[in-house]
Design a binder for this molecule. Sequence first.
Ligand SMILES: [Zn+2]
Length: 189
Amino acid sequence: MATQKVGGEVDAQCTRCKMNLAHTILAMVGPKIVRVRCNTCGGDHAFRGAAGVTDRPTKASTTRAPRAASSSGGSTRAEKVVISFDEQLAGKDIASAPKYSPKDTYKVDQVLHHPTFGVGLVTAVRGDKVDLTFRTDTKTLVHGRGGPPTDKPVFSPPTNKHTGPADKPQAEPPPEADLAAETSLPSGD
Ligand SMILES: [Zn+2]
């Protein structure tokens, strides 16, 4: 490697020309070139080494290539609906969409009419819950609550028997009770 000095020439990537060009060394820190002037455009800029040369191992350049965030997935809200709401509703019989009622049971792809959210499309059914896409929002609502009256699972708790008769010694009455009873006896003659 030829010794480089301020005022000398070096090949470097010009930030303006975006090319590998001859530059005049303007400043060095120890053996390292820190600032150069492009011989082509005359612009001063930090030395970047000869980047952009593909058939040569780059020397300490390209350390901060802007990372295009193109990695697949990962973002939580990536799976936004691609098709517009109207497109989703296309072909659906909105006119006869039933009114939403938690007592009815819905199935995927069904259109219904919610008093607050308007027309909605069922996108998923999970047990007694339905995911609905409305024009402005998605909601999870309950459904299928109108069936047999098994609202709550009948669930008989183990009935704790009241401590049965006499097989356990109950708490004895405090001894004073006896005494008191005795002393309070009317001792009349
Ligand atoms: Zn230049």
